[in-house]
Design a protein around this ligand. Structure first.
Ligand SMILES: [Zn+2]
Length: 389
């Protein structure tokens, strides 16, 4: 198929969006106000839901009739930081070269948002019989935080969308599933002592070491006896420890050690059950030491979790989006999205399909090809056709 480029509007909008440095730790309000004003110009009303500090907002807009189910297009406005990355040019000033657009967020995922915004005026000009929802969130990159507030509102809407398309970069492949994720902090409390008298204390680093060894053994069990899903590169639920901190200097037995770990579960394994097993292991370790050290303790705090996405290949949304994308197959993706929350909390059948590749996401010199943006433009034009008349 001959590759056709994106519309000039898509490129222009992407350039504007990249110019807002919406790193998750900073405000996204300038971008949201820009989008709101743009939609307003085209007579599309939008509703914002803010964070407590009112420094960030989600935006929800509906094009077409709001009393019948339609299709929700979902994207996050925040991007990951560029700290410590070696960029060839300003990451927040879009650069075009050799058929690609460079900048932080071009692939993940302002490219999709630019295509959606470029499509909006065309959708307004048509008599849609079923609506298009635009759902833009904040704080996705730090654990799908912001979108939950929008979902709180959508939960009470009289009519929910029939389908949701999350436009994370899949190179316009139709993804029906991804793993869920639970992030947790283990806090080990031991008893300090002078290291010359080390055995009279309880070394918190040793407590952490014991629990980490137990977590590794659980990983082996999950590989041997847990669920398997060959559609994933890592076809089973994985456990991982990513950060550890404990001790102040060598001649002190440390009384505190913390570590962060995560569970990335396939649909067949319940993360709550796995977390319960980690807690049981922690209790066993503490039990062994409690006689001698009554204050010994291991606390486990879940600091973030989002559900996996698991849409049946037979679901109507899959055939619908495949037809728009001219795709015959579907895939499962390694990265997480807000899709699991839409599916779990709103019961909206959801797939992930968007331009660009996650190969470029989160990296220096992130880019999206114009060919991918053009494909997304045509995908959305096909959506407008399907929902009108
Ligand atoms: Zn993303």
């Amino acid at each position: 198929m001959a590759s056709e480029g994106p519309s000039p509007e898509t490129i222009e909008l992407l350039e504007r969006l990249i110019g807002f440095p919406t790193v998750s730790r900073d405000s996204n309000l300038q971008l949201i106000e820009f989008v709101r004003a743009y939609l307003d110009e085209h007579a599309i009303a939008s509703t914002l839901t803010h964070n407590d500090e009112r420094t960030k907002a989600n935006l929800h807009a509906v094009i077409g009739p709001s009393d019948v189910p339609g299709v929700m297009l979902s994207g996050h406005t925040d991007v990951v930081p560029v700290d410590g990355q070696d960029w060839s040019s300003d990451p927040f000033s879009m650069r075009r070269a050799a058929g690609a657009c460079y900048g932080r967020g071009t692939a993940d995922m302002k490219g999709f948002i630019a295509c959606v915004l470029a499509m909006a005026p065309h959708a307004v000009g048509r008599e849609l019989t079923r609506p298009i929802h635009i759902a833009l969130s904040y704080d996705e990159e730090i654990g799908c935080i912001g979108v939950r507030r929008m979902i709180d509102v959508l939960e009470h809407a009289p009519v929910r969308p029939a389908f949701c398309i999350v436009g994370e970069p899949t190179e316009m492949a139709v993804a029906i599933a991804h793993k869920g994720k639970t992030g947790a902090l283990g806090i080990c409390h031991g008893v300090s002592a002078h290291s010359a008298l080390a055995p009279t204390g309880l070394n918190a680093i040793y407590l952490a070491g014991e629990l980490i060894a137990a977590i590794r053994a659980m990983q082996d069990e999950l590989i041997a006896a847990g669920g398997h899903d060959p559609a994933y590169a890592v076809p089973y639920t994985s456990l991982h420890v990513g950060v550890i901190a404990g001790g102040t200097q060598l001649n002190i037995v440390p009384n505190r050690c913390t570590f962060e770990f995560e569970i990335r579960n396939i649909a067949k394994d319940a993360p709550g059950e796995i977390m319960a097993r980690v807690r049981a292991q922690a209790d066993k370790i503490v039990e062994r030491h409690r006689g001698e050290f009554p204050d010994c303790r291991i606390d486990i705090e879940v600091f973030n979790e989002y559900p996996g996405l698991d849409t049946s290949p037979e679901d109507e949304v899959v055939a619908f989006v495949k037809s728009l994308a001219n795709a015959n197959d579907h895939i499962k993706v390694a990265f997480g999205t807000e899709g699991g929350l839409f599916q779990q909390r709103l019961g909206v059948p959801t797939v992930v399909c968007g331009p660009g590749s996650m190969e470029q996401g989160h990296k220096p010199d992130e880019f999206i090809t114009e060919e991918q943006l053009g494909r997304c433009d045509r995908f959305l034009a096909a959506l407008v056709d399907r929902l009108s008349g």
